[in-house]
Design a protein around this ligand. Structure first.
Ligand SMILES: Nc1nc2c(ncn2[C@@H]2O[C@H](COP(=O)(O)OP(=O)(O)OP(=O)(O)O)[C@@H](O)[C@H]2O)c(=O)[nH]1
Ligand SMILES: [Mg+2]
Length: 655
């Protein structure tokens, strides 16, 4: 069985196209995953095929990347509108990173207003390989009514609801056809010396040999052929399937790609899992593609036995799978998703199949406090299967923080928590990660003394606190003379000082201060580790308040990815968020994209995510890492402190 992934911007007509293809000879029903991937099996010229229809919504790009793990080829479906070419950028980028042979289907040709060559030129801005136009449209009164094939030089007239009819090349397109064909040959001659020679010698290359060059160009992933058609009217879809059939590689090409090179022989993976979902009462189902012959129920795969295999669309038993066959693996708990499966082990997928850590961050809390552990467990289960989700815990509070693809993804995760795991949860803005320090030294003398029943507590300390350089953290030393504080109690004073750092006078944890214990007193009976720890803590608490506390905000360094078209707008946007642009340059790994580096206050990251999304039609994203802390003064500081004490108040009230 051969398999390709269909992807492209929302509304380009991917689902319409896949339904058309299935119409040739459908096998069972379309199988739809919870996140919207459609798995469709059909036959074309009596050979089995499978198409994976990905939603155009950017939030499901992680699923599309995973689908490429199981794909011999990719079809990028686009609209014939040069103005929307930029929307294809994320799809070209994902497919190129994966090395999947890719063809472009310019759909909705019935609705085309622009010139096809302008459309292709704008698509080329985002595609690293040459896009090689294989057909040109035949127009009748502006309306596209057919196409001329540039290799065979045959013309076809579309017929509603039936196969296109072979016609003579209309006189009106002859000149354009010659021009486009010359361009095609020139493009192809770049990968073929024979063809180059034919052209130089002004000979007419044989059609069969020309097809062979086309086939190599796609199989070796050196060019992307482009076809035109209308999924809605069934025009050009047979041509598309024929191109895939004759020119796209079969499953061995994928196996080699996954093994990271050529000549894999026995070494390549036997199968891949590219999607999984949990179903209440049924457990987990994984979608698996066999890359070799003989994968069947009971087969040893990833160090365990395959439990059950059923067809995705019909639920019928599907064992043994043909080479390249796709099925749902059930009762196979040992299989994880997005893995390369060998008999005795499973490997991580190549880096291109993994998605960057998403930038949309929310804190989740159970509606019922008692469900905290259940929520944590359920999120971990969901994240196992969801390549677009990561879960972490907030350092100070232990709250559960999810990194998601966007608001729709959040809704899906909350829905799954409720329906599949019975946990109702609500989402909140993540806590800020501010810190505080002091701006001047302070000295304190504190005596801890208590008389409780028989035994008393006594500890007396004198200490100073001072600001440490930014980034140097906490330090402790002592200058105690003559055993005023006995050696064995000094670590307790330090432990007390550290206790005081958990929450400073402004309500944040305290960094970058130095504490020196200078003097003190003790009592032979009543002094203890406990008493000195309490004294150290109280002394530092008082000293911090004396030391003119100051708010620090974390500054992140963000790497922002967006088509270069948007870079100007992004530079302005970053300044308005009090960030600083460090520089930008063309992204060497993705044609048409810039990589912009900026320093941005952590408190502005959420806003950066939203602004970036709306400025780039959802295409741009960033990854950020903590860089350093910076002082915040004046009204900005007051606002953050007030907001934070409000949040703390709310949470305490909720307990
Ligand atoms: N005129 C015209 N309309 C089309 C064509 N193909 C699809 N459409 C229409 O475009 C709309 C979107 O089509 P879909 O197939 O759902 O698009 P999609 O690419 O699957 O969209 P998402 O799954 O949302 O990303 C539907 O109303 C289709 O009828 C076409 O060739 N010509
Ligand atoms: Mg669709």
């Amino acid at each position: 069985m051969r398999c390709f992934t269909v992807l492209g911007p929302a509304g380009a007509g991917k689902t319409t196209l896949v339904n058309r293809l299935a119409g040739f000879q459908a096998v069972g029903e379309r199988f739809e995953t919870r996140d919207g991937l459609g798995i469709v099996s059909f036959a074309f010229m009596d050979e089995p095929w499978c198409a994976i229809d990905c939603p155009g919504d950017i939030e499901t790009l992680p699923q599309a990347r995973a689908a490429l793990l199981a794909s011999d080829a990719a079809v990028i479906v686009v609209s014939p509108d040069p103005e929307t070419a930029v929307l294809t950028a994320p799809f070209f980028r994902a497919v190129e990173a994966s090395g999947t042979p890719c063809l472009v289907f310019v759909n909705r040709i019935d609705d085309a207003r622009a010139r096809l060559r302008d459309v292709v030129a704008r698509l080329q801005d985002y595609c690293g390989h040459p896009i090689v136009l294989r057909q040109i449209p035949i127009r009748d009164d502006e309306q596209v009514v057919g196409a001329v094939d540039l290799v065979s030089e045959r013309a076809w007239r579309y017929q509603e609801g039936g196969p296109s009819a072979l016609v003579e090349v209309p006189k009106s397109v002859v000149a354009r056809e010659h021009e486009a064909r010359a361009e095609l040959l020139e493009n192809l001659s770049e990968f073929d010396d024979w063809l180059l020679e034919e052209i130089v010698e002004d000979r007419e290359p044989a059609t069969g040999a020309l097809y062979a060059v086309c086939c190599r160009a796609l199989t070796e992933n050196r060019a992307n052929p482009a076809l035109i058609g209308s999924a809605l009217h069934g025009a050009g879809v047979v041509r598309l399937m024929k191109l895939l059939r004759h020119e796209a590689p079969a499953v061995d090409g994928l196996r080699q790609r996954l093994a990271g090179g050529s000549g894999v022989g026995e070494a390549g993976p036997m199968a891949v899992t590219f999607h999984a979902q949990y179903r209440k009462h049924l457990g987990k189902e994984k979608i698996l593609r066999a890359l070799v012959e003989g994968v069947s129920v009971g087969s040893s795969l990833a160090g365990g036995n395959l439990g059950a295999l059923v067809e995705a669309g019909t639920g019928k038993p599907a064992s043994p799978l043909p080479t390249g066959g796709i099925a749902l693996a059930l009762k196979s708990d040992h299989l994880a998703v997005s893995r390369l499966l060998f008999a005795d082990r499973s490997d991580d997928p190549p880096a291109w199949a993994r998605s960057p850590k998403p930038m949309f961050v929310r804190r989740l809390a159970p509606e019922n406090d008692r469900d905290q552990a259940k929520l944590s467990l359920a999120l971990a289960r969901i994240a196992e299967d969801d390549p677009g989700l990561t879960v972490s815990q907030e350092g100070a509070t232990g709250a559960l923080v999810v990194h998601l693809q966007g608001p729709m993804h959040l809704r899906r995760v909350l829905g799954m928590l409720a329906e599949e795991f019975g946990v109702k949860a609500s989402d909140h803005a993540p806590d800020g990660v501010w810190r505080e320090t002091i701006s001047r030294p302070a000295g304190i003398h504190h005596r801890h003394r208590k008389q409780t029943g028989g035994a008393g507590q006594f500890a007396d300390v004198k200490l100073t606190v001072r600001p440490n350089p930014r980034g140097s953290g906490f330090s402790f030393d002592e200058t105690v003379k003559g055993g005023a504080v006995p050696r064995n109690y000094i670590p307790s004073v330090e432990a007390g000082a550290r206790d005081a750092l958990v929450s400073g006078p402004l309500g944040f944890s305290v960094v970058d201060i130095g504490v020196t214990l200078t003097d003190g007193q003790y009592h032979a009976v009543d002094s203890s580790d406990f008493a000195f720890r309490a004294a150290g803590r109280a002394a530092v608490v008082e000293a911090l308040a004396e030391g003119a506390p100051m708010l620090l905000q974390p500054i992140h360094e963000a790497a922002i990815h967006a088509p270069s078209l948007y870079t100007g707008a992004l530079v302005a946007m970053i300044s308005s968020l009090k960030g600083r642009v460090l520089g930008f340059e063309p992204n060497p790994d993705a044609r048409g994209w810039d990589l912009l580096r900026a320093r941005v206050p952590a408190g502005a990251l959420e806003e950066l995510g939203q602004a970036l999304r709306s400025a780039t039609q959802g295409i741009g994203w960033f990854e950020s890492t903590f860089d350093h802390y910076e002082e915040v003064y004046g009204r900005d500081a007051d606002r953050i402190v007030a907001m934070h004490s409000g949040v703390r108040g709310d949470r305490q009230a909720a307990r």
